[in-house]
Design a protein around this ligand. Structure first.
Ligand SMILES: Cc1cc2nc3c(=O)[nH]c(=O)nc-3n(C[C@H](O)[C@H](O)[C@H](O)COP(=O)(O)OP(=O)(O)OC[C@H]3O[C@@H](n4cnc5c(N)ncnc54)[C@H](O)[C@@H]3O)c2cc1C
Ligand code: SF4
Ligand code: SF4
Ligand code: SF4
Length: 402
């Protein structure tokens, strides 16, 4: 049975990134995402017969970056573009709207660009990271039709969830919706692969997903990271949780739980990140991409060391993001945001880059050295040549016991 190919190649090798794309791509609609992982819900060989679309769309092992780059840019990235991919320009930026700015992770460029894309590309809705209705501490995809609502879904959600599976429901109800999507590297890789698949869902994705924006990703975390942080470290019962925010308040923000009896309880970002360390998947730890380089625009923190900022009583960093423009659509949306004064931007460079990227490079180099089965590199066969520095040395804070 072809679903077995996905099981054998991806699931049993712990390479599933929990993106939800296989459920979306399946033409027979026989995949369900059970919590984080896909499961076949038929035993009939005729239904799951000859097709291998679930494996073809999957970014778990084969990320499809080269084919996607060839299609998007007409060329492949060069070794000096290994980590940041192909882009035309890079800007520092932040939202001029104070609500967007305050509610965002690193200045609200993403929220602003999503809102601008809705207007200038005439999108019906955008897909963002939200929360599960029944379990408000669990991440879930969410759809917004009104740009004014977008700040509710701002900030980073450091939790794995099947982000793309919501598209099946959305397009199932209305295949002509014009959609924008924010996600992380594995989501973008899956979307680009889906757009090459020769079935109904591939065709809809080619025509209707009209804007993509990605945020950098050092690594995500199993839901157990958030759950144990809330229960064990913060002493809050999950049944008392009303809302969870990962980057709330003054930059760089704190991990905050709002309870049903109106309490607000927080821990610093660096403490939360230290806790999350024990709740990582093999796919995330061995991941070869900080940004996929395949979205119209990519955004990361402008701050080169968010952990240092989190440790300080008051951060002196002027909250902003770094915005990488990759496609014509990306340039058009950014220009709209600038012209309408929604976004303050200035040209910048990528020198000094980012601690999250350093962590990722080092982890990746370590896994490449193991010669284990790991997700493919965006440059086939490329190997990091660096002396691996363990996380604990990159961020001494993460080792502290207090
Ligand atoms: C797991 C993870 C790891 C990250 N690692 C790094 C890093 O190493 N270095 C770095 O510079 N930046 C990293 N970021 C990105 C950074 O935290 C900010 O999200 C980014 O700078 C954009 O800030 P902003 O204020 O412009 O976005 P905002 O205006 O706050 O909007 C963020 C948007 O992203 C969406 N979103 C948040 N989390 C997810 C998710 N998990 N999946 C899909 N969509 C999501 C939200 O719904 C929102 O629409 C990471 C983010 C995540 C989620
Ligand atoms: S995508 Fe194809 S192979 Fe995969 S489960 Fe669906 S029908 Fe089966
Ligand atoms: S990585 Fe995505 S497409 Fe691949 S098995 Fe996991 S959920 Fe499905
Ligand atoms: S580390 Fe890689 S696989 Fe994990 S969530 Fe981030 S982009 Fe996806």
């Amino acid at each position: 049975m072809p679903f077995q190919n996905l099981e054998e190649t991806i699931l049993s090798s712990n390479l599933c990134a929990s993106c939800g794309a296989c459920q979306l791509a399946c033409p027979s609609d026989v995949i369900q995402i059970n919590d984080l992982y896909p499961k076949l819900i038929t035993t009939t060989d005729e239904i799951c017969g000859e097709c291998t679309d679930c494996l073809n769309v999957c970014p778990g092992l084969n990320t499809g970056v080269s084919e996607s780059e060839q299609q998007l840019f007409g060329r492949l990235r060069q070794p000096e573009e290994r980590w940041l991919g192909i882009y035309t320009s890079v800007y520092g930026g932040y939202a001029t709207d104070s609500v967007v700015f305050e509610s965002s992770a690193s200045g609200g460029s993403v929220t602003t660009l999503l809102a601008s894309a809705m207007k200038c590309l005439n999108l019906d809705c955008v897909v963002v990271a939200g929360r599960d209705d029944q379990r408000p501490w669990r991440a879930a995809p969410m759809v917004f039709y009104d740009p004014a609502e977008l700040p509710k879904a701002a900030q980073s959600t450091y939790q794995l969830f099947p982000h793309l599976s919501i598209l099946k429901d959305l397009f199932g109800k209305n295949p002509s919706l014009r959609i924008g999507l924010v996600g992380i590297a594995c989501h973008m890789q899956a979307i680009r692969k889906l757009q090459r698949i020769d079935n109904k869902w591939g065709e809809i994705a080619r025509k209707q997903i009209l804007f993509t924006i990605e945020i950098a990703c050092s690594s995500s975390t199993f839901p157990s990271g958030t759950e144990t942080l809330i229960e064990d470290l913060m002493g809050i019962s999950l049944k008392d949780v009303k809302e969870v925010r990962y980057r709330e308040g003054n930059y760089p923000g704190e991990f905050v739980v709002y309870t049903k009896d109106e309490r607000k309880i927080s821990v610093s970002l660096w403490e939360a990140v230290r806790h999350f360390k024990e709740h990582k998947s093999y796919r995330c730890l061995s991941c070869g991409d900080w940004m996929s380089g395949l979205a119209d625009i990519s955004v990361c923190d402008g701050d080169p060391n968010i952990f240092k900022s989190s440790q300080q009583e008051t951060s002196h960093f002027a909250k902003h993001g770094s915005i990488f423009v990759r496609t014509e659509t990306g340039a058009k949306v950014l220009e709209w945001a600038r012209e309408t004064d929604a976004l303050n931007i200035w040209p910048t460079t990528v020198a000094g880059v980012n601690l999250g990227l350093d962590r990722k490079r080092n982890r990746r180099a370590y896994y490449e050295g193991l010669k284990a089965l790991i997700p493919e590199s965006p440059i086939p066969g490329y190997q990091e040549i660096i002396d691996v520095v363990p996380d604990e040395q990159l961020i001494p804070l993460l080792n502290k016991n207090d």
